[in-house]
Write a protein that binds this ligand. Structure first.
Ligand SMILES: O=C(O)CCC(=O)C(=O)O
Ligand SMILES: [Mn+2]
Length: 252
């Protein structure tokens, strides 16, 4: 069935190419007055949280507020479904969660990063719908080279492939001009890849299957470590000259 929003979906701008669709920008997927309504509904409704993260030898505030909504949560705001329909029109996928970011003004930002992919379904896109003030996003190849700057207009959708998280970083830089608030809705498909070794072990039954389940649980726990637990782990590992994962990444 055609979504009402596919009527608005215009020419996409391809920013990065890869075998999974790369990174592309759809400038006007939802009319501005519609996203203004969603913005007004979400701002007071969402339980925004602030986070703190380690940065070098300090613990700093993450410069934006965040929230997360499961797309099967019966309590989810109605406009999340409408936003999902708009995203499905340009980037169809079995999305499971929406990560929300609130940039209160131009001082809020997200540092250059790639989204953590260990718990995202391989091959599935990440689609970001913008509401509120327009903000620039920088997209930079990890191997070096110059960054592309794309203005994320309200009602636009930026689609990034899973594969692009390995080749490119993205971020929303701070802006010195006076700016109103912006909300981004990042739709993702959660579900991590089970390594072939573990899959075979699980299928074999008996003791190996139990070992697999143990490894699986450990993996899930690591994936959902709260920031504070990560900080504690980092400090512990730092004391013995190690590190946790691939370092702290700012993403969902
Ligand atoms: O706000 C945006 O457009 C980007 C957000 C982002 O990169 C993230 O949540 O991982
Ligand atoms: Mn991101």
């Amino acid at each position: 069935m055609q979504s009402q929003y596919s009527l608005f979906a215009d020419e996409a701008v391809q920013l990065v190419h890869d075998a999974e669709g790369g990174i592309r920008y759809h400038p006007a997927c939802v009319p501005e007055e519609v996203v203004a309504g969603w913005f007004a509904a979400l701002l007071p409704l969402v339980p925004w949280r602030s986070e703190r993260r380690p940065m070098y030898d300090r613990i700093v505030d993450v410069p934006r507020l965040m929230a997360s909504v499961a797309l099967n949560d019966p309590e989810r705001p109605a406009c999340i479904d409408a936003a999902l329909a708009a995203v499905q029109a340009v980037a169809p996928a079995p999305y499971t969660r929406a990560g929300l970011n609130l940039y209160r003004d131009g001082r809020d930002s997200v540092a250059m990063h790639n989204d953590r992919i260990h718990d995202l379904a391989p091959g599935q896109p990440i689609a970001i719908l913008s509401l509120g003030a327009a903000r620039d996003m920088l997209i930079k190849p990890k191997r070096g080279g110059s960054a592309q700057r794309v203005r994320l207009a309200p009602g636009s959708v930026l689609v990034m492939s899973h594969a692009a998280q390995r080749t490119h970083d993205h971020g929303i830089p701070k802006c010195s001009a006076p700016l109103g608030p912006r909300i981004s809705l990042a739709f993702r498909v959660r579900g991590f890849r089970v390594p072939a070794f573990h899959r075979r072990a699980a299928e074999s039954g008996g003791r190996r299957a139990a070992l697999f389940q143990q490894a699986d649980r450990r993996h899930q726990q690591r994936a959902h470590l709260r920031p504070v637990a990560r900080i504690q782990l980092q400090q512990r590992y730092a004391a013995v000259g190690g590190h946790v994962g691939r370092g702290i990444r700012q993403s969902s």
